[in-house]
Write a new protein. Structure first.
Length: 589
């Protein structure tokens, strides 16, 4: 918690300091009211007192109450401003930190958990700041000040007040011991509930197609019931507080009047009025002490959650990304070298896991097409994902233009690579904003260039049919386009960048055979200067590649051109026989 609050700006700390001073002023104003109440009590005991005599102390009491109310409103405004400013900036820090994460960190936290930390956990901190400045800070100030007002009064009254305060502290301690562990658990249960909900909503069509509503409903209810039962346990514990505190406050008032009645009964006639006046004032101050502790009770509702939330937020901010980028790229080698070199590349997702890519080596000249094929789980996607540095190699190295990938800045490396994942990703906005996604202000692109990229990607026809053309709205995840259309728009986006390397990670699978063939033909003719890496399941997609790597269990079990592999490689032959007819195989030989 303290670590997070150290990130507050000077202005926010100044506003917090001003809030504390204003709270002290508000408490002083409230504690002055009983003084005038004592004066009014004495005046009322005098038979010669007139109504006009009560106006002065009465108006002062009313004035002090209104002044305290105004100061409290100002404190509320300042507290809300500080909390909103701090949480907004902290949310930005979390967002920027997550953007630096590699796939390893994203898997470690999970998307639902990161969403909860960015929303629910931050809200808990915001509530703590708002309530803390208005309520929790007010409690100790009021308690200490009120106690100083009554400490020199009757010892019997003081003992009664001390017993009430001790009872409150004991009750709060017991409740906190039982509630805090459950509060720590509920945040994880919320992550689990969000994860299940996200899974169900994402796969809703499959659930309906397989009549799996009942099964998924049971899974959701199990997660939901865990959150509900834990919340009910915490709520029931917290619900005990208010009636118990009210009981303690009422008992203290009764004790003060009981003791006061006994003291008044034993006093002389002249002392009775003074004792009665002191009893009224003491009762008011004693209630202020109890009220201050009741105010501090609010911290037990919000502090445990805020502490857990602060720890979860710190985990995100303290996580060091496993992939580190240089601020500026180093100078590449001036020696003539192949455009792209994989040199004994080995990769495992974690230090203790088995390698999914093992000692892969190949070179690619500028403009060549390198293809990867193999069974599911053979390491094809893992291999090409090393090039944009979604992960770093475990051993070996990858050289681009003679320079190790780890010596490039993120911006320079991203500018050289056009990446097309297995599932095309589009962002809410327009077709234009998606095509120009990631381009800097210095990289202005004309409409002609955008249409040219769409034409190459075989997407021009269906975009032309839209009333708004390039300014056609794109829904979140591109849900208003078909899978093949999304894929072609994603390909056009990569072509707009004019990268040195195009990575197709099984990107043709959503296309029909005709579009696939046309697209590959156009790409071969129009992107001769771009090196292309293609992960594919269909042999027809990679038959014309300059080099095909056959992968099995992360190892290269064959490499060469299509005809050579068809003649000499048993793994490739097995794949070919499963996809091509005897006539097609005979023509290829």
């Amino acid at each position: 918690m303290i670590k997070l609050f150290k990130q507050m700006t000077g202005k926010e700390l100044s506003l917090m300091g001003l809030s504390v001073l204003l709270i002290a002023l508000s408490v002083w104003l409230e504690l002055e009211v009983p003084t005038y109440m004592s004066s009014i009590t004495k005046l009322l005991s005098n038979p010669n007192t007139k109504v006009e005599d009560l106006f002065s102390p009465g108006s002062k009491m009313i004035g002090l109450s209104f002044a305290s109310f105004a100061v409290t409103l100002l404190v509320g405004f300042l507290a809300a401003r500080v909390a909103a400013s701090f949480s907004t900036r902290l949310r930005s820090h979390i967002f920027n930190q997550v953007l630096t994460y590699s796939q390893n960190e994203l898997k470690q936290f999970s998307v639902p958990s990161l969403l909860t930390r960015t929303t629910n956990d931050l809200t808990n901190l915001q509530v703590l700041i708002t309530m803390g400045l208005q309520v929790v800070t007010r409690g100790p100030i009021m308690a200490s000040w009120a106690i100083s007002k009554i400490i020199d009064k009757s010892q019997d009254w003081l003992i009664a007040t001390a017993v009430a305060v001790a009872a409150m502290i004991l009750m709060l301690s017991v409740l906190l011991i039982f509630a805090l562990p459950k509060i720590r658990v509920i945040q994880k249960l919320t992550d689990r509930l969000n994860s299940v909900t996200r899974e169900i909503l994402t796969g809703l069509r499959v659930i309906r197609a397989y009549n799996g509503e009942a099964y998924q409903g049971e899974k959701f209810m199990a997660a939901n019931n865990q959150v509900t039962q834990t919340s009910l346990f915490i709520g029931r514990l917290m619900s005990i507080m208010h009636p118990t505190l009210s009981l303690i406050a009422g008992s203290l008032t009764l004790a003060v009047y009981w003791i006061g009645a006994d003291l008044i009964n034993q006093a002389t006639l002249t002392e009775k009025v003074t004792l009665f006046s002191e009893m009224i004032v003491y009762s008011s101050y004693a209630m202020q002490v109890i009220m201050s502790f009741m105010l501090m009770v609010a911290v037990f509702f919000i502090l445990p959650r805020a502490l857990v939330s602060a720890g979860r937020i710190n985990q995100v901010l303290d996580q060091t990304p496993s992939v580190y980028f240089e601020t500026t790229s180093k100078s590449p080698s001036v020696q003539p070298m192949p455009h792209l070199v994989f040199e004994d590349v080995t990769f495992a997702y974690s230090p203790n896991a088995a390698a999914v890519v093992q000692e892969v080596s190949f070179t690619a000249a500028k403009g060549q097409t390198i293809a990867f094929i193999g069974s599911t789980g053979s390491g094809k996607s893992s291999l090409v994902n090393l090039l944009p540095r979604f992960y770093d190699v475990t051993s070996g190295k990858i050289l681009l233009n003679g320079l190790d990938l780890r010596d490039y800045s993120q911006a320079d490396l991203a500018q050289k690579i056009g990446y097309l994942p297995q599932k095309a990703v589009l962002f809410s906005g327009t077709i234009r904003s998606n095509l120009t996604f990631g381009l800097t202000d210095n990289q202005s692109v004309t409409d002609e260039a955008l249409w040219a990229a769409l034409d190459l990607a075989q997407a021009k026809a269906f975009v032309k049919e839209k009333d708004k053309g390039l300014d056609t709205e794109v829904a979140q995840n591109g849900s208003n386009f078909s899978g093949g259309q999304r894929q072609r728009l994603a390909i056009a986006r990569a072509l707009v960048r004019q990268p040195e390397i195009l990575i197709f990670d099984d990107s043709f699978s959503a296309l029909d055979y005709k579009t696939d063939r046309q697209l590959r033909k156009v790409l071969a003719e129009e992107t001769k200067q771009m090196t292309k890496l293609i992960v594919a399941q269909r042999i027809s997609t990679i038959m014309d590649a300059d080099l095909i790597l056959v992968l099995e269990e992360g190892k290269v079990v064959g490499q060469g051109r299509h005809q050579d592999l068809l003649a000499n490689n048993s793994v490739y032959q097995e794949i070919a026989h499963s996809q091509l007819s005897e006539e097609e195989l005979a023509n290829d030989k």
